[in-house]
Design a protein around this ligand. Structure first.
Ligand SMILES: *[C@@H]1O[C@H](CO)[C@@H](O)[C@H](O)[C@H]1NC(C)=O
Ligand SMILES: *[C@@H]1O[C@H](CO)[C@@H](O)[C@H](O)[C@H]1NC(C)=O
Ligand SMILES: *[C@@H]1O[C@H](CO)[C@@H](O)[C@H](O)[C@H]1NC(C)=O
Ligand SMILES: *[C@@H]1O[C@H](CO)[C@@H](O)[C@H](O)[C@H]1NC(C)=O
Length: 409
């Protein structure tokens, strides 16, 4: 039992390793990054509490900050504000929800069971392999085993191109590309990517990326060093953007790029409590969340700034209990909880952004408000983002195939 568990752990760990490698190198297929044109700070994304703000308190204790926010603002007011603002947004910006496909619609299923055979190498972790009971009474088998799925309804390809032709009545060809370029194979019957306009949308917001991590979350925030940054693929444009901001803010840079903590792999030296108790040499992704959680802010910059491309870089930071400073998809608000991140592109200059970050760092009540969505259960669009994540991909794909009528469609 123990043996099997640690073997599983190992397998999952190496899967994640490969996954992360792929994510790293995915940047080779990127469009050149163009520096964001930065409009001035605006409205609700930067909502400040209406109550009195103490701007000169370099607090460390997150729980105390929460208590102060509770007494000055509280969930009832937060919910009301974000209900109102979502209604207003809803009527004026009609595209707000079209960034996400709606899931869970029970209409139009034509098949009761769908089986998907996953072909070739893919970075989707193996623990998705299973027989699922999906909504609307559909069952879905998702497997890499040609024995378990001896007569599959669909074949899924990610890193390999599907066959040029599909014989009549043969399995549908599903092709997935979650890289920013969203390149179709040209021969698939069903295309999966991160955009709502694709046949099946898959976001990066799921727990799938998190298996086998150390989820220790620090309640004590570093009040001298404000920002966590880690990047080991030193893309010139990303580096430049990061350095423009980080030059203005006390930060720790743990990766290869602009490292200022005395070398790579220093996180465990600085935060020994982040060591995973799993056997084997620690890998940086095991303790990523835990290390981030010691900082008030995490800088998250996408490799490519393009619509709806919101990746685990942002969700890691959110999940660790830090406030992300984000440069990425222009429609990022369609994917995240209200008042949960600082959208760096909305500031007129890096100086203005840095000064906003510093003021938050010295203001426990205003800072605590960035955690209110979680404490008050206000998910906003994030609910839909999660529902369309990789975690739920087998059922959503099976439902799509079922609606299409399967191989005979
Ligand atoms: C944040 O700003 C963007 C861009 O101006 C806007 O479209 C969006 O509705 C705002 N988000 C919230 C939560 O108000
Ligand atoms: C403001 O912060 C200081 C320093 O932590 C604290 O002593 C004071 O009580 C705070 N004032 C208010 C109104 O919260
Ligand atoms: C907002 O959207 C919901 C469904 O998405 C709709 O039921 C509601 O009427 C909309 N509200 C406004 C003010 O448009
Ligand atoms: C950090 O917090 C401690 C205790 O709350 C305080 O004494 C110290 O001045 C703060 N440090 C900075 C750099 O603000």
């Amino acid at each position: 039992m123990l043996c099997k568990r640690s073997l599983n752990t190992l397998i999952v760990a190496s899967m994640m390793g490969l996954a992360l490698l792929i994510l790293f190198f995915s940047g080779f297929f990127e469009f050149p990054y163009t520096a964001p044109t930065i409009p001035t700070v605006l409205g609700d994304n930067l909502t400040k509490p209406t109550s009195q703000i103490n701007k000169s308190d370099p607090f460390k204790d997150l729980l105390k900050a929460f208590k102060r926010w509770d007494s000055q603002m509280g969930c009832a007011q937060f919910r009301k504000r974000h209900k109102e603002s979502s209604l207003v947004r809803n009527s004026s910006v009609s595209s707000a929800s079209s960034a996400l496909q709606s899931v869970g619609d029970c209409g139009g299923l034509k098949m009761g069971h769908v089986s998907v055979l996953v072909k070739g190498w893919t970075w989707i972790p193996d623990n998705l392999e299973n027989l699922y009971s999906c909504g609307c009474g559909l069952s879905c088998l998702w497997t890499k085993s040609g024995v378990l799925a001896d007569d599959p309804d669909a074949l899924l390809f990610e890193t390999t191109t599907p066959p040029m032709v599909r014989r009549k009545g043969g399995p549908l060809r599903v092709y997935m590309d979650l890289e920013p370029g969203r390149k179709r194979s040209g021969v698939e019957d069903i295309f999966i990517s991160y955009h709502a306009g694709d046949d099946v949308q898959s976001t990066y917001a799921g727990a799938l990326f998190h298996n086998n991590r150390n989820y220790h979350v620090s309640s004590s925030k570093n009040n001298k060093t404000l920002v966590y940054w880690s990047s080991s693929r030193c893309l010139p444009d990303r580096n430049q953007l990061a350095s423009e901001l980080l030059n203005l803010l006390p930060h720790h840079s743990f990766g290869k790029c602009m490292n200022n903590v005395g070398g790579p792999d220093m996180a465990l030296v600085m935060y020994p409590e982040c060591a995973n108790d799993a056997n084997g040499a620690p890998k940086w992704w095991d303790h990523l969340h835990c290390a981030m959680s010691h900082y008030k802010f995490v800088l998250a910059i996408e490799n490519t700034m393009t619509e709806s491309y919101v990746t685990e870089k942002l969700f890691y930071a959110l999940d660790s209990g830090a406030v992300p400073i984000y440069f990425g998809a222009p429609n990022v608000w369609d994917f995240i909880p209200p008042h949960s991140i600082i959208d760096g592109t909305k500031f007129s200059s890096m100086a203005e952004l840095a000064s906003y970050v510093k003021s938050l760092a010295n203001d426990p009540v205003a800072y605590a408000e960035y955690h209110a969505w979680r404490r008050c259960g206000v998910m906003g669009n994030y609910g839909k983002t999660r529902a369309a994540s990789l975690d739920t991909l087998p059922c959503r794909l099976c439902e799509f195939i079922s609606r299409k009528g399967g191989r005979n469609a």
